[in-house]
Design a protein around this ligand. Structure first.
Ligand code: SF4
Length: 229
């Protein structure tokens, strides 16, 4: 029974940017990364949030169906959804059984057999590029680049459709060298869309209320030129 429960942070019922069409976005709780520009530190604690069953998620998707249209569907985000890959597998199967399009928004930083199964099953991967450089990746996230690189290679191998997402912060990853290396890293992926998202500080109040020191105070919003790829 317990392996079927997921830790949930929150839902967003009319997501318009996390995949095609209108989406039910399921923000799962827990993340092993500590991105310097993260605006959702409240999703980090894997013990936080609330427990939710597969049936509850599917029921909510069913209620949303009239609004999702032909293009929309369900997106699992976080936090890092691959942290709960084993519990996510039956949920994706259940959603597919009812005809829902399923997207996974991931950093790719978890490489386990279950994580790969989730990537196999999903219809679309929203793939976050933190940095193409291993040392900068570690500086940004606190993790080694190895698992992420393996997951990028795996997504190339299985030709899974991906949307690339990259937060760009001046003072961190805004340089032309980052752009060139990003192009090399994503070369060979089945890329359907690239979104370079400007750094912002909208989540700063969460750090204050959680009592977590904010590491990104030296960062600033990139120029349009820095944002282009
Ligand atoms: S992967 Fe996402 S949720 Fe996790 S620390 Fe990075 S930005 Fe935050």
């Amino acid at each position: 029974m317990s392996e079927k429960m997921l830790r949930l942070h929150s839902y967003e019922s009319f997501g318009a940017v996390d995949g095609p069409g209108i989406r039910l976005v399921v923000f799962l709780q827990g993340c092993p990364l500590r991105c310097i520009f993260c605006h959702n530190p409240d999703t980090w604690d894997p013990q936080g949030g609330v427990s939710v069953t597969k049936e509850e998620i599917v029921k909510r998707a069913r209620r949303m169906r009239p609004y999702l249209g032909a293009e929309g569907g369900v997106t699992f985000s976080g936090g890092e959804p691959l942290l709960q890959a084993a519990a996510l597998i039956p949920v994706i199967h259940a959603l597919h059984d009812e005809g829902f399009h399923v997207a996974i928004d991931t950093s790719g930083a978890i490489d386990t057999p279950e994580a790969r199964q989730v990537l196999d099953l999903a219809d679309l991967i929203l793939l976050d590029v933190k940095s193409p450089f291993p040392d900068r990746f570690k500086e940004i996230t606190g993790l080694d680049f190895i698992a992420t690189k393996q997951i990028f290679d795996y997504l190339k191998e299985i030709r899974k459709p991906v949307w690339i997402r990259q937060v760009v912060a001046h003072g961190l990853n805004h340089t032309d060298a980052e752009k060139d290396a990003t192009k090399s890293l994503i070369h060979g992926l089945n890329v359907q869309r690239i979104d370079r998202l400007p750094y912002h500080e909208l989540g700063l109040h969460k750090y204050e209320s959680l009592g977590i020191p904010y590491r990104g105070s030296m960062l600033s919003v990139p120029t349009q030129e820095e944002l282009s790829l």
